[in-house]
Design a protein around this ligand. Structure first.
Ligand code: R1P
Ligand code: URA
Length: 238
């Protein structure tokens, strides 16, 4: 795709409408909730496909928040455009996720230091080996400090960005990742980290456990409005 200017096919914002740091949940209504609850003077810059995006200020500093949809292709499009066409420097994903390790509990917050994947997303970069998608060390360090200073427990470790939410034999699907010490599953961090690496920008994925076998899953509304610990840590990075 050779498109290089703004607005884009997926975003009606003009260059300058979006802040250097963007918080990105998968759910656009989680983006709306964050903008309305935490930002001063939020202005909506995108409604294309209902992928809501807002820019406002937090503690006087400009910040944007925008949904990225579900899965690697969707997050790949939105983050590519933000990094490469909108001059965004930092993207912090704030997602829901499924527990993989037995000692990971509902509502635990995890910082994805690395993101394993079963996706073919890396193929587009035509590399001679296996790329290791990792978060920005600077953002990890700042997120850990922000969590500690707020008394919010977080774990830092490996996560898995999968291409499927529903699959035959989920236990078998997770078993290999359990043996490799992977903490939790979600569906976008690996593509985000790859796009950041390719663009020379910074990315971090923070997730809150919303599902664990044997526990009652959080509702859609809880995923939209109650993961505020993770949201506050992300906002502290602005
Ligand atoms: O809650 P979000 O941020 O969308 O993240 C998780 O939830 C979705 C699946 O329900 C996938 O996008 C997965 O990564
Ligand atoms: O990808 C995801 C997101 C939430 N819960 C899961 O089990 N998987």
């Amino acid at each position: 795709m050779s498109h290089t200017s703004t607005p884009t096919l997926h975003n009606t914002a003009k260059l300058g409408d979006i802040a250097k740091t963007v918080l990105m949940p998968g759910d656009p209504l989680r983006a709306k909730f964050i903008a309305e609850k935490f930002l001063d003077n939020p202005v909506c810059f995108n409604t294309v496909r209902n992928m809501l995006g807002y820019t406002g200020t937090y503690n006087g500093k400009p910040v944007s928040v925008m949904g990225h949809g579900m899965g690697m292709p969707s997050v790949g499009i939105y983050t590519y455009e933000l990094f490469n066409f909108y001059d965004v420097d930092n993207i912090i994903r704030i997602g829901s996720s499924g527990a993989i390790q037995p000692d990971v509990k509902m509502r635990d917050i995890i910082i994805g230091m690395g993101a394993c994947t079963d996706s073919g997303y890396a193929k587009s970069f035509e590399l001679p080996g296996t790329f290791c998608p990792v978060a920005s060390y600077d953002l990890i360090e700042k997120a850990v400090d922000a969590a500690e200073s707020r008394g919010i427990p977080v774990r830092v470790g490996n996560i898995i960005s999968g291409d499927v939410f529903y699959c035959d034999n989920a236990d078998k699907h997770d078993n290999g990742w359990i043996k490799m010490g992977v903490l939790a599953s979600e569906m976008e961090a690996a593509a985000l980290y790859m796009n950041a690496a390719r663009a020379g920008k910074n990315a971090l994925c923070m997730i809150t456990i919303s599902d664990k076998p044997g526990d009652t899953p959080t509702t859609a509304e809880e995923r939209e409005k109650t993961f505020t610990g993770m949201m506050e840590i992300a906002l502290a990075l602005v």
